[in-house]
Design a protein around this ligand. Structure first.
Ligand code: UTP
Length: 226
């Protein structure tokens, strides 16, 4: 049975529009596919994380202190998904090892962030390393990796398949300019070292998520680490 870790962005889980409806559909699909693959899910913080980190910054909080607020938001989102899975709060842990250890066929484990200094994409990859997972599915707000930013460059092309080294070149370059990149650079490094594939897909599209989890063809980007 394949083992898969899903990293689902907070902007996907709780964008502020029909959130309960989406989380409920997502949970239903996850329960269905958990009969075919062993699953763990890591939830991001989205707007809530940014809002609280922003206030912490205004109050004079440093990056570490802002991260602590961000992590709290990711954990709230993990509890929402766990609630929808019908296993709240038992499916949620704060440890990547525990999340990996407790995940079993038909038993989905869920978590948010761990410690300051990285994002939940990195946490998902850490769980994947502990679980010896086959792939990390990154359900995000962009539907794939592009040759350039499609919002600024109409000639930007969707990349269907790339190597982990090519993704590394993109995220290490991006990371200098801004904190937010298509995948956390630490996660890319861990995936490369441990030969874990990364699929970058539109997280609002439940069918696309299902296909990525099951290893079927996707519209997003497949990053090969093998
Ligand atoms: P996210 O993983 O949601 O980060 O964690 P992000 O990439 O900014 O969010 P999306 O994908 O665009 O929605 C939110 C914030 O929580 C802190 C970081 O500050 C991160 O930006 N965090 C999260 C940590 O410090 N450690 C963790 O393990 C997880």
């Amino acid at each position: 049975m394949d083992k898969v870790v899903v990293s689902i962005g907070g902007s996907i889980l709780v964008p502020g529009d029909k959130d309960a409806e989406f989380i409920s559909k997502l949970a239903e699909m996850l329960k269905e596919v958990s009969k075919e693959v062993q699953l763990a899910v890591v939830c991001g913080g989205g707007k809530t994380a940014r809002y609280y980190a922003g206030i912490a910054k205004e109050l004079g909080g440093d990056t570490y202190q802002q991260d602590i607020l961000g992590i709290a938001a990711t954990r709230m989102n993990a509890q929402l998904l766990s609630l929808a899975l019908g296993d709240m709060p038992d499916s949620v842990t704060d440890s990547t090892k525990e999340t990996a250890d407790r995940s079993a066929p038909g038993n989905i484990t869920v978590m948010g962030g761990t410690v300051p200094g990285h994002t939940t994409d990195a946490v998902a990859t850490m769980v994947a390393v502990d679980m010896k997972a086959d792939r990390v599915v990154n359900g995000t707000a962009v539907d794939a990796v592009y040759t350039d930013d499609p919002r600024n460059n109409p000639d930007a092309k969707k990349i269907q398949s790339m190597t982990i080294e090519e993704l590394g070149n993109i995220v290490y370059k991006e990371h200098g300019a801004s904190k937010s990149s298509v995948f956390d650079p630490l996660g890319v490094k861990l995936a490369k070292d441990n030969r874990i594939d990364i699929l970058i897909i539109d997280g609002r599209n439940i069918e696309e998520l299902r296909n990525a989890i099951l290893g079927k063809p996707i519209n997003g980007t497949t990053v090969n680490s093998h």
